[in-house]
Design a binder for this molecule. Structure first.
Ligand code: FPP
Length: 235
């Protein structure tokens, strides 16, 4: 593929509706969502995408019933247990974006181990946004800069866009070129708000459990047909 997006970010939406259509509990949909994710990570790595970020759990998802919340975290553990060896074999480097250090200690321990195992890998960087909120991320960044300003190390007028970017969760990860949202919802829902300023957005009606590597390729083809001007004029 030519003109590949370096960074693809995905809002994996529609697990609940997928399950409801089959008269199954919502967690059944999340489980199928995990299966879809496994295939998409493999496909992204095979296609040669450098960064893949997925929205697994938002700062707003705590409003869901406890059973669903704990089920999603359980699935995350299942995912890591099942996939870590293969991710490592495929040279994938795992990253976590969000306020994850205060989550359940079992989750934190599993994630720390997975991050440590894959830290030197040089292939696809697979970022899981977990307990993530774009506004929350900006608050963290702004606070870090405000602390420097309060300590007299930085003048407010010296604050730049780069400094805000440098204090986000993963400053070395480039902004997403392509943001995909499944399930027909047309909004960002607090996902990568700062980083998606010039991202190409692709919305598909496909529910996340039905999102296949072919759907990913279709979204990339759509991306490749767009002209990206970043605010410049058409030549
Ligand atoms: C949105 O669908 C999906 C989520 C909030 C959770 C995503 C979780 C997974 C794909 C499970 C596996 C995750 C990992 C990292 C292994 P929804 O529940 O809002 O669907 P709905 O809008 O149809 O109700």
């Amino acid at each position: 593929m030519t003109r590949l997006p370096a960074h693809v970010a995905i809002v994996m939406d529609g697990n609940g509706r997928w399950a409801k259509m089959r008269n199954k509990p919502r967690l059944f949909g999340h489980n199928e969502g995990m299966e879809a994710l496994i295939k998409i990570v493999r496909a992204a790595s095979d296609i040669g995408i450098s960064y893949l970020t997925v929205y697994a759990f938002s700062t707003e998802n705590w409003k869901r019933p406890l059973e669903e919340v704990s089920g999603i975290f359980r699935l995350l553990l299942v995912y890591i247990e099942r996939e870590l060896a293969e991710l490592h074999r495929n040279n994938v480097k795992l990253r976590i974006l969000g306020d994850w250090k205060n989550l359940d200690p079992a989750v934190v321990k599993t994630l720390e181990n997975a991050l440590e195992t894959t830290k030197d890998n040089t292939g696809l960087q697979f970022c899981i946004a977990l307990n993530y909120g774009g506004r929350n991320e900006l608050v963290h960044s702004v606070r870090a800069l405000a602390e420097k300003a309060a300590a007299g190390e930085l003048k407010p007028e010296e604050i730049t866009e780069e400094m805000i970017s440098q204090n986000l969760y993963a400053p070395d990860v480039p902004d997403p070129d392509l943001v995909i949202r499944t399930s027909g919802e047309i909004r960002l829902s607090n996902f990568l708000l700062w980083q998606s300023a010039y991202s190409e957005l692709v919305f598909t009606d496909v529910l996340w459990p039905d999102f296949t590597p072919e759907c990913l390729e279709k979204a990339i083809t759509e991306y490749q047909s767009r002209s990206r001007l970043f605010g410049g004029a058409r030549s």
